[in-house]
Every structure is written in structure tokens, then in C-alpha cells.
Write a protein that binds this ligand. Structure first.
Ligand code: FES
Length: 104
């Protein structure tokens, strides 16, 4: 059964920034877009780059390895519609950011 898991403190991820976390063997990329959080699978589908270490501009992040870009609100690749990074449901409780981790 899927379960919400605390992954970070909200206050540690400022608007316009990203963070990589590992939860239950999953690498997740967390993005703060103007105070709203979005969470994607953190491993780039191109060659495994760390999306949580990418640059965030508005709702578009750029992978630090070769520059693939994704809309962090949907996981959609910006140029290739067939590529969509897995997105995770998240919510804020106080200063805790919780992410729904599906069963594997
Ligand atoms: S690993 Fe992300 S663009 Fe190549």
C-alpha cells in the first residue's frame, strides 16, 4: 500500500531551488516553484544524471549532465512528448514535506 513519507523540511528548500533525496532506495528530485513543491523521479532517463542537482528556472529544470529539460509540474520532457519522468504526489504538513511512495 502506498504511504506518505517525510522527505525534507520545507524550510530547507527555498523557492527556485531543487534538492535530491533518497527514500526507500528511490532517488527523488524535489523542486520548489514559487512555494509550491513538485517531486519527480530523480534519475534522468537520458543517462542517469541527478535531476535534483539541476538548475530550476520557473517550472523548467535542466539536467546538469547534458541539458535535457523537464517541466517539473508534470514530468514532461520539454522537446520529446514521449518522455515523461515519473511524478510523485506530495503535500506539506507544518515544516514537513511528505511524498507518497508507491509500492514497488
Ligand atoms: S543525463 Fe540528463 S541530460 Fe543526460
Amino acid at each position: 500500500m502506498a504511504e506518505f513519507v517525510r522527505v525534507a523540511s520545507v524550510s530547507d528548500i527555498q523557492p527556485g531551488t531543487a534538492r535530491e533525496v533518497t527514500v526507500r532506495d528511490r532517488v527523488l528530485a524535489i523542486f520548489n516553484v514559487d512555494g509550491k513543491f513538485h517531486v519527480l523521479d530523480g534519475i534522468c532517463p537520458h543517462a542517469g544524471g541527478p535531476l535534483g542537482e539541476g538548475k530550476l528556472q520557473g517550472n523548467i529544470m535542466t539536467c546538469p549532465w547534458h541539458g535535457w529539460q523537464f517541466d517539473v509540474t508534470t514530468g514532461q520532457h520539454c522537446l520529446t512528448p514521449q518522455i515523461c519522468q515519473q511524478a510523485f504526489v506530495c503535500c506539506v504538513e507544518g515544516d514537513d514535506l511528505l511524498v507518497e511512495i508507491p509500492d514497488t
